[in-house]
Each structure stands twice: as C-alpha cells, then as structure tokens.
Design a protein around this ligand. Sequence first.
Ligand code: HEM
Length: 142
Amino acid sequence: MTTPSADAALIVESLEIAAEAGDLTAAVYARLFYEQPEMAPLFWRDTDNAIKGEMLARVFDAIIDFVGERRYADKLIQCEVVTHDGYDVPPVVFATFFGVVAAEMRTACGRRWTAEMQAAWERLLADLDFYVQNPGHVVTSS
Ligand code: HEM
C-alpha cells in the first residue's frame, strides 16, 4: 500500500520534473479554457497574464503543502472556493482546474511520468475534491 508520504514524494517529484519544462502558465490555462471556455472572459483584467501566473504559483505551493504538512492548503482551498464565487467561478470548475493541472503535469513530465505518479495524482485529486465540495467543513487537527 502506498503511504501518504510516498504520494507526497511522487507529487513533488512530478512538479519538479514539470518545472524543468519552463513556465507552464500558458499551457495550463490553454487547457483550462479549452475545457471551460466560459472561464476565459473572467480573466478580462489580466491583460499581461500576471494574475494567471500568480494564481498558478499559489496553486502549486498549495498542492505541495496539501500533500505534505498541510499547514494551510485545505483551508485555503475552502476559502478560495468561496472568494472565487465573487469572480463567478463555480466550485465545479475547481475540480476541472485541478484535473487540468494534473494533465499538464503528465504532459510536461513526458516519458518521465510514471504509473505511480498517475496513481498519486488520482488520489490527490479525489482528496482535493473533498475540500472543494465541502467549503464549510471544519477540519480538526489530530
Ligand atoms: C486553489 C485554487 C485557486 C487558488 C489558490 C486561486 C488563487 C487566486 C489568486 C491568489 C488570485 C488573485 C491573483 C492576483 O490578483 O494577483 C486569483 C484570481 C483569479 N482566479 Fe483563482 N485561484 C484558484 C482557483 C481558481 C479557479 C479554479 C478559477 C477558474 C478559472 C479561478 C479564477 C480566477 C479569476 C478569474 C481570477 C481573476 C480575478 C481578477 O480579475 O482579479 N481561480 N486566484
């Protein structure tokens, strides 16, 4: 059985390999807008892609925290689901977005993507989805 820390190592490794391909902002948002075209106009203020880049950087940091120490990422995701409602982003798009990030990691890793990474990302997506679906759920620390 794969332990959570083994998953964390696989996720971080895939993020590191993907980062070698350079800035993934354009690729991630191209895939997102292909899957959810109605999201593109919501970034009308973002004429230089700075918001998209900043958002993606926060998402990568949050994923690393989420699979690791989980000091803030679970609460951040819950908060962002609520605050993004103000940008007309429905919660369901968060699930799409995380799936898009996973798909782009796979593409960017190319031949270095492994079945273990795939399985770790699938578990991560399912875990993230809980916080997207339950923004009001209070997580108690053990
Ligand atoms: C955990 C997931 C997410 C995090 C941490 C996050 C974080 C952020 C942050 C920090 C900003 C402000 C960036 C800045 O002003 O420099 C932002 C803006 C924005 N986000 Fe997200 N975001 C997330 C998911 C999403 C998703 C799934 C969408 C759907 C496409 C989305 C759409 C937007 C839009 C449209 C803006 C721009 C609002 C504006 O015009 O100021 N976000 N996000």
